[in-house]
Design a protein around this ligand. Structure first.
Ligand code: MG
Length: 243
């Protein structure tokens, strides 16, 4: 057998794959131009908020967004409700920057509370967790009601913080859960959840469980009554290795 120009065609088949080890026919990875630093969107990112407007979002009941955009920053307007993306996503990489109010008010869950909900259902907590004690599974970067972050990497109130979230959506067949959701979260460059299996959708004072839902859902940001600020929000849709 002649050796192909790249790779091999006489090597073992990889398990659960249509490719051989070093298979020369295996598709090349798609080219993506990275941002100038890891916070900046790469070429294939969908920009959800770039400092200008909320055109990618809807407010309560699908109505207009009533949060404020000021000086390139999106600010929760307490009492106006959560906002969510018009576009829906499944497996994804999400980058989001946020800051708790510089003026410290309240304590525990009442200080700088917001949240990022993957698929509108699975919350990564946003909270001012800097010198602010609350239940561990509700602090900054917790998978709310399920898992505390591995460490508290919170910056001071008013300072910008980053979440980089890597999410694998759950799979359902009819009413049945085929595979659970998994999430990895990096907070300010620090790994705080490493491929954690979610117990179900986020709730308060209840044991989480899965309820069947479509394969894609919105990114939702929470109005929890605090004027938390956001900037530089982008997302990449992830496809399977063999697609
Ligand atoms: Mg919250």
């Amino acid at each position: 057998m002649s050796k192909p120009s790249i790779g091999y065609n006489d090597t073992p088949m990889l398990p659960n794959s249509k490719w051989r080890v070093h298979d020369g026919k295996r598709p090349q990875p798609r080219r993506v131009i990275p941002g100038n630093n890891p916070s900046q969107p790469p070429s294939d990112a969908i920009i959800l908020f770039n400092g200008e407007d909320t055109s990618k979002w809807v407010g309560r009941d699908g109505g207009p967004v009533r949060w404020k955009v000021e000086n390139g920053v999106l600010i929760v307007k307490p009492g106006t409700g959560d906002i969510q993306t018009k576009q829906h996503f499944g497996d994804c990489q999400l980058h989001i920057e946020w800051a708790a109010p510089a003026e410290v008010k309240g304590e525990g869950q009442g200080r700088g509370n917001s949240g990022v909900f993957l698929m509108g259902r699975y919350e990564i907590q946003i909270l001012d967790g800097y010198n602010n004690v609350t239940y561990a599974d509700g602090t900054t970067a917790a998978i709310y009601g399920q898992y505390p972050p591995l460490v508290n990497a919170c910056r001071k109130p008013g300072e910008w913080q980053t979440y980089d979230i890597f999410f694998v959506a759950p799979r359902f067949k009819g009413e049945k859960l085929i595979s659970p959701a998994y999430v990895t979260v990096v907070h300010n460059g620090v790994l705080v959840h490493h491929h954690v299996e979610l117990l179900g959708q986020t709730g308060h004072r209840i044991l989480p469980s899965y309820k069947p839902h479509p394969p894609k859902g919105p990114i939702k940001l929470q109005d929890h009554g605090d004027p938390v600020r956001f900037r530089n929000i982008w997302i990449r849709e992830l496809k399977g290795y063999d697609e």
